[in-house]
Design a protein around this ligand. Structure first.
Ligand SMILES: [Zn+2]
Length: 131
């Protein structure tokens, strides 16, 4: 099943910021059910376009005009050249970590001693790859 580009980008934000979104949902809605349902659907390979849309809309409904995109590191998606904290790309230009579930467009560049993050969907650490 091919996800739309937009859905994959939104899922990448969820994948990277699941804990932030969970806290936000719990404080605003009193429950993280929406997030759990989305993650469960993604884990099982189910339809995610709709739950992603719902989560996005709910966050917007709580006053976060950007919805899910407010959690994107760059403040927007689709710009893979933006890196948080100005990592030294020169040292390892080709090394990148990708979503192990390959369900989202998440990418992460090694950042010194920072441990490799885990995918919120599969629970596995991101898989090492080369550009
Ligand atoms: Zn992922």
């Amino acid at each position: 099943m091919a996800e739309s580009n937009e859905t994959a980008q939104r899922l990448a934000i969820v994948c990277a910021k699941a804990e932030n979104i969970r806290q936000r949902l719990c404080s605003l809605a009193g429950s993280d059910t929406l997030l759990e349902e989305l993650l469960a659907a993604a884990r099982s390979g189910g339809e995610i376009a709709e739950p992603v849309d719902v989560l996005h809309a709910v966050l917007q409904g709580f006053g976060d005009a950007q919805g899910l995109y407010a959690y994107s590191d760059s403040g927007r998606t689709g710009d893979r050249s933006v890196r948080a904290g100005g990592t030294n790309r020169e040292c390892s230009p080709e090394l990148v970590y990708l979503c192990p579930a390959a369900r989202c467009t998440r990418s992460w560049w090694p950042q010194g001693p920072v441990p490799v993050p885990r995918c919120a969907i599969s629970g596995d650490t991101l898989r090492r790859d080369r550009l």
